[in-house]
Design a protein around this ligand. Structure first.
Ligand code: PHE
Length: 447
């Protein structure tokens, strides 16, 4: 059997995993979900969850993947005879589909905004025009649909050509650049009239706003942002070197992920209050807020081009990890060539993504229980599918998988994190499943 290739040094591993993890989840989704859930109190829970719950789950997914060196569904097969567990792998593939369907829509918006930035229309608009432009763009139906298709085709082509390595290399430059821009925008926030209000919203918690439902939103956001609960990190784990200290990788990735999200919040909320935008604007939030900042910034023309290009780049490095999960599964399970699998993935993802895009047109009939398909896909994946997937993965690791295999893998055969191991195991076996189950039961009104 051919030796499975592995990532290079630690920086390489972190950069590749970071490419999947840092994306629209941090820059687009985090601010809008934080805005809808009251700001600071939500953010504190989100940070606690990311460090205490998401890191152990990431370690668990890495361990499963690194041990079995297979795609996520095969990993379960290798570790347990019970075919039911392969269902977890299968669920992850369905989740990848659903995430791609709305993710591609927002990534498509970033392309439209890149186009408008280059044309100069974005930075020449008043706050009302910025909002109207976005509304007209969405209402046209076909314009966002075209960008969505363009994005899906680009992601699938990258996977098909097998140039993800090149993309990852580019990412080592692009990601730090995005951080620099966000830091710059956060610093610029000091000069905005809404600075104090924005920072209060982000950093001064009103604990009365904490409810079970806010907890579940924070959990879902953290899983989405760290690409957990659907097997992407099992797949990435399968490329991690046997000698690598996974605690350091997961810790660095988690801290980077949270930092990018907070920076994005600092870039956005002072502007939200300065321009009289509602923090509960929903998925539009970033797209109606930042253009206002760029419009009044000297050098805003160039910065807006760079920003939307980098947002697109961040989105594509995340979406290739989703497409890869689908393509690996289809080609290996149906024994068809990768090219055929890529074509199949392109066609099917395009179809679902188009429906999500068109469902945003006002009065569209593409709704479920009164919510458009886009919102359904967005919420369903973070609030239901990823937490359910995560609970199944850790119950598998904590209760089904051989104890010694888990220990050996997690600690790289006793070389790293042996003192932390008992704590991680307790979290994985008891604490995390109970916390997730409680959040669900209370959301359903059962406790
Ligand atoms: N974590 C990615 C982001 O923040 C999205 C993603 C979720 C990617 C799940 C892969 C798997 O944009």
């Amino acid at each position: 059997m051919r030796k499975r290739s592995t990532f290079g040094n630690r920086f390489g591993t972190v950069a590749v995993v970071g490419g999947s993890v840092v994306g629209l989840g941090n820059i687009w989704r985090f601010p809008y979900v934080a805005g809808e859930n009251g700001g600071a109190a939500f953010i504190i829970i989100y940070i606690i969850i990311s460090l205490m719950i998401s890191v152990p789950i990431m370690l668990t997914e890495f361990s499963i993947g690194r041990y079995s060196r297979r795609n996520s569904m095969r990993s379960f097969k290798k570790l347990s005879d019970n075919p039911l567990w392969q269902g977890v792998g299968f669920m992850g593939i369905a989740t990848a589909f659903i995430i791609l369907s709305f993710y591609s829509v927002i990534a498509g918006w970033s392309l439209e905004f890149l186009r408008e930035s280059v044309a100069g229309t974005l930075t020449n608009s008043s706050p009302e025009q910025i909002k109207n432009n976005l509304d007209t763009f969405i209402a046209s139906g076909w314009r966002p649909a075209l960008w969505t298709v363009a994005f899906v085709v680009s992601s699938c082509t990258i996977v098909g050509l097998g140039v993800t390595k090149g993309i990852e290399r580019a990412n080592k430059v692009l990601m730090p650049l995005m951080v620099i821009i966000l830091v710059g925008l956060a610093i610029n926030s000091f000069s905005l009239s809404g600075f104090k209000e924005g920072v209060d919203f982000l950093l001064r918690p009103d604990f009365s706003k904490i409810t079970w439902s806010v907890g579940l939103e924070a959990l879902g956001q953290s899983f989405f942002s760290m690409s957990l609960g659907m097997g992407a990190m099992i797949t990435y784990g399968s490329y991690i070197k046997r000698s690598e200290n996974m605690f350091k990788v997961a810790g660095t990735v988690a801290i980077s992920d949270v930092t990018v999200a907070i920076l994005s919040g600092l870039a956005i909320f002072p502007a939200v209050f300065s321009f009289g935008i509602s923090p509960t604007s929903g998925p539009d939030l970033v797209f109606i807020t930042l253009p206002n900042v760029f419009a009044q910034l000297s050098g805003g023309y160039i910065i807006s081009i760079l920003f939307f290009f980098l947002l697109f780049a961040a989105a594509i490095t995340s979406s290739v990890s989703l497409v890869e999960v689908i393509v690996a599964f289809v080609s290996e399970e149906f024994r068809i060539s990768r090219l055929k699998a890529v074509i199949l993935a392109t066609v099917s993802v395009t179809a679902v993504a188009l429906m999500c895009s068109l469902s945003q047109v006002p009065d569209s009939a593409l709704t479920i229980a009164g919510y458009n398909l886009f919102d359904v896909a967005d919420n369903l994946s973070s609030i239901v599918l990823l937490p359910v997937g995560a609970i199944l993965i850790i119950v598998f690791a904590g209760w089904v998988m051989d104890k010694d295999i888990f220990r050996n893998e997690l600690t790289s055969r006793g070389h790293h994190g042996t003192t932390l191991y008992p704590a991680v195991r307790t979290m994985v076996r008891y604490v995390i499943p109970i916390v997730i189950a409680m959040l669900f039961l209370s959301k359903l009104g059962l406790i």
